[in-house]
Structure formats: structure tokens, C-alpha cells
Design a protein. Structure first.
Length: 325
């Protein structure tokens, strides 16, 4: 439902400062920074923390075959825990599931920061749903993302699990060669190639060009959070700022209301349905119990994104007697 920004860890500290401040000013939920041999995500998040006060901070992702959990735990104390999420992955490990399970347990023992797993295949996703706080998906079409989120709910059971989708994004046609090169690079990796084949899609099918202010909406409706992984023609800070400032969030558009939790009453004829919006998740009141429901074009997420005025936002005291909050 919410939009965030993603950038490469290899960018300079000055670029991070400028992008982070702009993302917060424009109302994005978080800044995600990937971790590479030439780009330290935790170091760059510390830079972002210095120039922001409300923007979420997230790693996307820390490869545990290269970043020991002891190192991660030693460094997260320097970051604002209330704004931080740790995205982790298995990197190039030959025993990825074992590494992830051990890594989640070790991080859990040392920090209360939410842990999300960059998971590609069904076994890694099931492990993440059962042990972590969510999944960082990537390279999915809206349809594939909808199916992945449904499976996440099934695997997580009664556990609250965040669904976050990384989407490679451009604004200008001049950036398309860079986007196509990025898609081709990932399509050449055996694990990704097998996943694309299994889903019947191509890497290019999953990318986004912001040709209109509503271009990201189909992606937004599939996940709790969509991370616009910015790709530009030259990587200049001006190009990055143009993408950030083009999106309909924060002060510049309707979806700001979608970040406000609350209760809703939907009346269709004689039928009255009660809904709750909490941390990007829609819940429907069914037999006195809140049941997770994120359905396209139905529910608080959709209504707050589109500004639908036919649904009443209500006070908790207007819920049926005995309803849990």
C-alpha cells in the first residue's frame, strides 16, 4: 500500500543525504539501501538517519554469507531502532535455508528490530513466513505478487508478516537502456532464470516506468509496501530527485491518507461491513474477529488511495459491542 524508495549502497554519502531528506519531505515510508562489496548499507543508513527524523530505514538486503550476524548486531545499535528494519538474504551460500534460519535466530536474540528476508523460491519464502517478520520480494508482476502475498498469508498463519516488493523503476525513457541492462543481468542468473520460467514471466515484465501519477498503483495494491528501486540514465542526484518528486505521495497527492490507521463502515444496501486499517494491512470484521483481507479495489487501502467518499471512517466506539480493537 505504501511507497518507499530504494537506492544502491554504492552511491556517495552526499547522495544519500540528499535522497533521504527528499524522500522524507515527500512522504515516502522508508529508504531501502542494498548492501554490496562496494556499498555498505548500514553505513549509508547511518548517514540517512542524520538528516531525517521520521523516514524508515531498511537494508535491502544484507547477505549473511558476507555479513556476520555479530557484525550486524554490533552496528545496529548506532541506528534508530524505532525506524529500522533489517532485510537479510543468503547471498551465495550453498546452504541458504540453514544460513537464513540460523541468522534469523541470532539476530532475534540480539535485537527487537523487525527482520525481513529477501526470498526468491518457495522454500525460502515459507521459512521467512514462519520465522521472520516479512518477505522482501523482487522481480514480480502484479499478478505474481498477488499470488505470492496470498501464499505468505497461508504460510504465516496467525503471525503478522509484512509483504514488501522491490520494483525496478524509471521515470525517463532515456533510462530504459539501464533498466534493460539490469533486467538482462538478473535474467542471466540461474536462480532468477528458473524463477522467471516457473512464473511464466520475464524480468522486463516486472519493471515500472512512471508514465503517469497512477502508474505504480497496480503494484501498490498487491503488497503492504512497494519499494521503487530507482534507475536513471546517468545516476545523477538530479535524476534521482526528479523520480522522488514525481510520485503522488506525501504533500503532493492523495495516498497520504492511506498511512493513517483507523476503522471504516461500508454500507451496501442493508449489508454493513466493518473494516480496520492497521500498518498497511486491511482487516474485515467477521463473526467478531478481525480477518486479514487485502483485495484489489476493496477495503480501506483502496478507499484511502482513491479518496472514495462513500465509505465512512468511524470512531472505535461505533464498532459493534465487544469488538476487539
Amino acid at each position: 500500500m505504501t511507497l518507499s524508495i530504494g537506492i544502491a549502497g554504492a552511491v556517495s554519502a552526499d547522495v544519500v543525504r540528499t535522497v533521504a531528506a527528499a524522500a522524507e519531505d515527500q512522504g515516502y515510508r522508508a529508504l531501502w539501501i542494498n548492501d554490496t562489496p562496494d556499498g555498505d548499507a548500514l553505513e549509508k543508513l547511518a548517514v540517512a538517519a542524520e538528516v531525517t527524523s521520521t523516514l524508515g530505514l531498511a537494508t535491502g538486503v544484507l547477505p549473511l554469507d558476507r555479513r556476520a550476524t555479530t557484525e550486524v548486531l554490533a552496528r545496529v545499535g548506532d541506528l534508530p531502532a524505532e525506524r529500522l528494519r533489517l532485510g537479510i538474504g543468503s547471498g551465495r551460500s550453498r546452504a541458504p535455508l540453514e544460513l537464513l534460519a540460523r541468522g534469523i535466530a541470532e539476530l532475534r536474540a540480539g535485537t527487537a528490530v523487525p527482520i525481513l528476508v529477501g526470498a526468491l523460491g518457495p522454500r525460502a519464502r515459507k521459512l521467512a513466513a514462519e520465522l521472520a517478520d516479512g518477505i522482501l520480494f523482487s522481480w514480480l508482476t502484479p499478478q505474481a505478487a498477488t499470488e505470492a502475498r496470498a501464499q505468505l498469508w497461508a504460510d504465516a498463519g496467525h503471525r503478522r508478516s509484512q509483504s514488501v516488493l522491490y520494483v525496478r523503476t524509471i521515470l525517463d525513457p532515456e533510462a530504459r537502456p539501464e533498466l534493460e541492462a539490469e533486467a538482462a543481468r538478473y535474467a542471466s542468473y540461474p536462480n532468477y532464470a528458473a524463477n522467471f520460467a516457473r512464473l511464466g514471466i520475464t524480468a522486463a515484465d516486472t519493471t515500472l516506468e512512471l508514465s503517469s501519477r497512477s502508474a505504480a498503483l497496480p503494484m501498490q495494491m498487491t503488497m503492504d509496501e512497494v519499494v521503487l528501486r530507482l534507475i536513471t540514465a546517468t545516476g545523477s542526484v538530479d535524476e534521482l530527485l526528479r523520480i522522488i518528486e514525481s510520485r503522488p505521495v506525501g504533500r503532493n497527492g492523495v495516498p497520504e491518507a492511506g498511512t493513517v490507521d483507523g476503522y471504516f463502515r461500508e454500507t451496501v444496501g442493508r449489508r454493513v461491513t466493518y473494516w480496520k486499517l492497521f500498518e498497511g494491512q486491511d482487516f474485515e470484521l467477521v463473526d467478531g474477529v478481525w480477518v486479514g483481507r487485502n483485495v484489489r479495489k476493496v477495503g480501506p487501502t483502496w478507499w484511502t488511495l482513491t479518496g472514495d467518499l462513500d465509505v465512512d471512517r468511524i470512531d472505535p466506539t461505533e464498532l459493534p459491542p465487544g469488538t476487539p480493537r
